[in-house]
Design a protein around this ligand. Structure first.
Ligand code: NI
Length: 285
């Protein structure tokens, strides 16, 4: 369904200064995790204001709040700490273009590590897999809006941009009872006109696993593990079996390195910036 060879496209980001509202499709360049300078610029330009929303910490573990008890089925959220990403290492794993037939397996992998993630769903897939979406929400994951049919929003008139988003909102609400508070435009492509139609945070990424290209779990895992830094937002696609197959290794290795797997909203203390590429790393103490 993607216009660039059935793939997710080159990662598109503002070349130098990333400022809300000034990204234009014509200026967008490929940015991967390897381009550290651009990544740093993106991070600096979109750093979230510190928030006190998740700031409660118990005496023993800095930055980690008491456990909250949630459900009990295999993919429902287990008791897990709430995390202050200003104080501990966090990473936001994000999965685009679903839900799909591999999403259920992914939910089991995530549950095993008490990991939360963010799913940028297509409305057209939500109506096909409403139960999968319900399970995703029940497991404590965050749902973002990735439009209805994955168009290039920069080429659509304003009314159609709005309807792509609104129709997906309605499908998510009908299937799982929640409203997506985040939007990720297809291909990461947006401009000022698109932004005007989307009055909520736009979530990009600063680690592109290129999982749509490398349909090999070992390669996807390796690329992910060498690129993730504290505060990273990582782009995956849960419509690919190979991506889901990479997750046990990704989760195991990052957990061993001390990462907390959080939703995008959690990464920013509940207040994502207007345009998010990643968060600042935690302060040392
Ligand atoms: Ni996509």
């Amino acid at each position: 369904m993607d216009v660039w060879g059935r793939s997710h496209p080159p990662f598109l980001a503002g070349a130098k200064r990333v400022t809300a509202g000034v990204l234009a499709a014509a200026l967008l360049v490929t940015l991967t995790a390897a381009t550290g300078a651009a990544q740093a610029a993106a991070r600096a330009g979109t750093r979230a204001a510190p928030s006190d929303a998740l700031g409660v910490a118990p005496p023993d573990t800095p930055g980690v709040a008491p456990f909250e008890a949630l459900g009990d089925s295999a993919t429902e959220a287990r008791p897990r700490p709430r995390v202050d990403c200003r104080r501990v290492k966090c990473v936001a794993l994000t999965f685009d273009d679903g839900p799909g037939r591999h999403t259920g397996t992914l939910l089991r992998h995530l549950a095993k590590y008490h990991a939360r993630a963010t799913f940028f769903v297509l409305g057209s897939n939500v109506v096909t897999y409403p139960r999968v979406l319900r399970r995703t929400v029940a497991a404590g994951h965050e749902i973002g809006n990735h439009t209805w049919s994955h168009p290039l929003l920069t080429r659509l008139p304003a009314a159609r941009v709005r309807s792509q988003i609104a129709r997906t909102d309605r499908a998510v609400k009908a299937a799982a009872g929640v409203m997506p508070h985040l939007v990720r435009p297809p291909y990461g492509a947006f401009n000022r006109a698109v932004r005007r139609q989307i009055a909520r945070p736009i979530v990009m990424w600063n680690v592109d696993t290129l999982d749509w290209r490398y349909r090999n779990s070992a390669t996807v895992a390796r690329r992910t593990l060498r690129s993730v830094r504290p505060g990273s937002i990582v782009l995956f696609h849960d419509i690919h079996r190979t991506t889901v197959g990479a997750m046990p290794r990704v989760l195991k290795s990052l957990a061993k390195r001390g990462y907390h797997f959080v939703t995008v909203s959690e990464l920013f203390g509940g207040r994502p910036p207007h345009v998010a590429f990643g968060a600042a790393p935690p302060k040392k103490h």
